[in-house]
Design a protein around this ligand. Sequence first.
Ligand SMILES: [Zn+2]
Length: 263
Amino acid sequence: MRARTADDFLRELKERGARRLLRVRFRANRSTIWSLTQDATVLNVHVAYRRAPASVLDAFATIVRGRGYRTAAVKEAADQVRNWRGLVPVMEAVRAYHAQRLRRSAHRCDEDTQVTHCCATPAQRAYLRALYGYLNRSRFDGLLPDDLPVRLSNRMSTSLGHIIPAQDRRRGRFVIELALNVDLMLEGNGAERMDTLLHEMAHVADWLFDGNYGHGDTWRKWARHAGCRAETKYERPVRHRRKRAEPVTRVPPLPLALRRRAA
Ligand SMILES: [Zn+2]
């Protein structure tokens, strides 16, 4: 079976009655095999299905025609898609690739190479270090590593922050970096900056002490412990810089407790 292009896939689904569908996007995810987005007009589908037989395309057409609603027909079609034998080897290859990348980046971290392109000025870096240390002591009982790299990224678009968890045989679990969207340094984003940093620090604690990465029960426990909102951080009222190229050099004031100590 020849591998289909996204356009082939779209055309074959349209021929099967999926008339509202506008676009097909192939994805090499580790666990998600398909999703319908943008009001069920875009089908994101695992690359493994580029070589799927006609019967699996029939099942996808049923899912798309049903707009992904959990009707009996869609459920049955989703089972058929999931149980297609061709999925397994491709999925394993994708997982092996990601595991290898994680190991490689873990190794790079040993050599202290940074992963996120950090756009922080020296003053911003000092600010983030002071704030991280303060929150570690006051909200996490000082449990988090003191030397965790905290970076600023001007390349995040929808996301406000991330951590990169890693693991190797010598060090066990560790965190390569914590990065924040540089827009959080803008005036008016004080509450969101604090909340996002605590949110990411809760991910650090969850990974190091509970071995989990995500927004599950253990993460929520750490988030509540730290006193930040136990929810994901998209679509928040954050001010953004007008142009992506615009540099952000602002250094916000430190929390009062820290300023008093410095004085
Ligand atoms: Zn998160």
